[in-house]
Design a protein around this ligand. Structure first.
Ligand SMILES: [Zn+2]
Ligand SMILES: [Zn+2]
Length: 139
């Protein structure tokens, strides 16, 4: 049986499930992620066709740049998805998954843009911008 990972926004209006293994969690410290989340973005990534959005009436998509859009719940404000317009995959916020999530933290990107009020001390790899393995806006 294929593993299933279920998740939702805070109010429960948006519900989704992802089938199959989830990528490790990437922390994005760029200014857009910082502003949207109030801190930094922590997301796994799945192929479009493995993600099922079961309840989506309250999803709002905000085009933060010409390259990508950010999906959040219009009722409770939960940040949920990040989608590059030309990619066949979608990033899903790690914290939206039910526990246990089986997720593992993997790396930090856009560390050059991080907020000035914290240090990264977990020993994971850090990249000033991104790394070829991770698709980001503008690439
Ligand atoms: Zn909600
Ligand atoms: Zn970011």
């Amino acid at each position: 049986m294929t593993e299933q990972h279920r998740g939702s926004c805070l109010c429960g209006a948006v519900r989704f499930s992802a089938s199959g293994p989830l990528r490790g969690v990437v922390y994005c410290h760029c200014s857009q992620c910082r502003k949207q989340t109030g801190h930094y973005f922590a997301a796994t990534n799945v192929a479009n066709d493995t993600l099922t959005i079961e309840s989506s009436e309250t999803i709002t998509w905000y085009a933060a740049s010409p390259h990508a859009k950010r999906g959040f719940c219009a009722v409770c404000g939960s940040a949920l998805f990040w989608k590059h317009n030309e990619a066949d995959e979608i990033s899903v916020m790690a914290g939206a998954f039910e526990q246990p999530s089986d997720l593992k933290a993997e790396m930090h990107i856009f560390v050059a843009d991080k907020g000035d009020y914290y240090e990264i001390t977990d020993g994971l790899p850090q990249f000033d911008r991104s790394t070829p393995a991770i698709k980001v806006a503008g690439d």
